[in-house]
Ligand binder design. Structure first.
Ligand SMILES: Cc1cc2nc3c(=O)[nH]c(=O)nc-3n(C[C@H](O)[C@H](O)[C@H](O)COP(=O)(O)OP(=O)(O)OC[C@H]3O[C@@H](n4cnc5c(N)ncnc54)[C@H](O)[C@@H]3O)c2cc1C
Length: 396
């Protein structure tokens, strides 16, 4: 690849990159890092500025956990954890914080049973706790006896916004170029190499990695991917006694309520204790979505908090974020059906962040070797919908 500048000529004429990554969010930043680290000449194109808050990867925290009711996620998480720890070593920054987790549900709820089976199959330890055990260890919770409580010690959270910036910084240190405020308008795959078009430029590349989050459907309109973008919201709480909710004294928690709602929480880190409902957001366009939180949503979470953790009182503020959902809530990681030089990672359905470190590696392997040893069959575009127990799942 030749990087010499020729004035007044479009970059397409002089550059053939090894890989162009479209989108510098969670998945794109990780892909850029792994590609650049492997020696590839990488260009990253991002429509906003790094660390922006219009997509899916902003905010202080995201849950990282082994507990899933689909065993293939639990298996993949083993490498994802290792990759996050490697990123901490490479950057010298703390990014992953282990708190342990409790997963709450009605007595005998099938989700809890299914999660336990998945953990057992993967050899990941977990324990059923009684309500007394829970409140002895974490007196912040108010629970009845008629509840299942599954403890898993490896759960924690990632410092999400910092993870994105760190992947980008290290990618740049390995030679990647990031162009911000650069909207990709089209990918033309009819030539020898795919050409990525923006309003002002065209860039050719041996491989193109599409990690465009909520904008993937629009960018790859020809594929009519089954992606739905929804508005999601998270609430933050500042308890009077903040020390009781720090990561060393309060766990990540998740709860499937009797009426099928999924709620989750993350200890105080930065903006306070984060509590939210998974899914059920309104369908929106990522370009026009109102980023103001809804008061009825906040009231709904406040009511839950009053019952379960009353010390947290009322939300002090809330944040809006986007999910890009597939019908079975499983990811899309695959080649473009019409052009194998275009690789797609999308549809992370509200639970993808913990996998960024691994997805970045997989995208790099697919781009440089044409294959990966990780099992990505569940994520192929033409898969049959992945079902497990047939029950709704707690994601995030
Ligand atoms: C409220 C909420 C809570 C969540 N909690 C968790 C959790 O606890 N644990 C977990 O694992 N996951 C969680 N997730 C999911 C996780 O955050 C997402 O799956 C993940 O961030 C998706 O990353 P992404 O790279 O696909 O999208 P994004 O981070 O949005 O990145 C896409 C990027 O592409 C850019 N882009 C798009 N189109 C173009 C274009 N045409 N030209 C140039 N650039 C373009 C966008 O600007 C954006 O920067 C949560 C998500 C939300 C919304």
């Amino acid at each position: 690849m030749h990087k010499s500048a020729l004035p007044n000529r479009k970059e397409t004429i002089k550059n053939i990159y090894d890989a162009i990554v479209i989108g510098a969010g969670g998945m794109g930043s990780a892909s850029a890092y792994h590609l650049a680290k492997s020696g590839a000449d990488v260009l990253v194109l991002e429509q906003f500025q790094r660390g922006h808050t219009f997509g899916s990867s902003h905010g202080a925290t995201r849950i990282i956990r082994f507990f899933y009711d689909k065993p293939f996620y639990t298996e993949l998480m083993k490498t994802a954890y290792t990759e996050w720890r490697d990123l901490e070593s490479a950057s010298g920054k703390p990014l992953l914080f282990i708190t342990g987790s409790v997963c709450l549900g009605e007595r005998g709820n099938p989700y809890g049973q299914s999660v336990r089976r998945s953990l057992d199959a993967a050899g990941v330890p977990s324990q059923w706790w009684s309500a007394t055990q829970l409140t002895e260890r974490f007196p912040q919770f108010r629970v009845s006896n008629n509840i299942d409580i599954l403890w898993q010690e490896d759960t924690g959270f990632l410092h999400a916004a910092e993870c994105v910036l760190t992947h980008l910084e290290l990618a740049e240190q390995h030679g990647a170029t990031l162009k911000e405020e650069t909207v990709v308008t089209n990918i033309d795959w009819h030539g020898e190499f795919p050409t990525v078009c923006t309003d002002n430029d065209q860039f050719r590349s041996k491989k193109v990695v599409v990690t465009a989050g909520a904008w993937t459907g629009k960018l790859l309109a020809e594929l009519n991917l089954p992606l739905t973008v929804t508005k999601q919201q998270v609430c933050y709480y500042q308890p009077t006694d903040a020390d009781r909710f720090t990561p060393d004294r309060f766990p990540v928690f998740a709860e499937m309520t009797a009426d099928g709602e999924f709620l989750y929480g993350i200890p105080a880190f930065g903006s306070g204790v984060k509590i939210a409902r998974h899914g059920r957001g309104d369908r929106v366009s990522p370009d026009t979505c109102q980023r103001t939180p809804d008061t009825d949503y906040i009231a709904h979470i406040d009511a839950y908090v009053q019952e379960r953790m009353p010390e947290l009182r009322r939300a002090t503020h809330a944040e809006v974020c986007l999910y890009t959902e597939t019908p079975d809530e499983d990811f899309i990681i695959d080649r473009h059906p019409y052009c194998p030089d275009i690789l797609i990672a999308a549809g992370f359905s509200g639970h993808g962040f913990k996998f960024c470190s691994l997805v970045g590696r997989i995208m790099s392997e697919l781009a440089t070797n044409g294959k990966t040893d990780f099992d990505i069959h569940p994520f192929y575009i033409d898969r049959k919908p992945n079902t497990s127990s047939g029950i709704p799942r707690l994601q995030t």
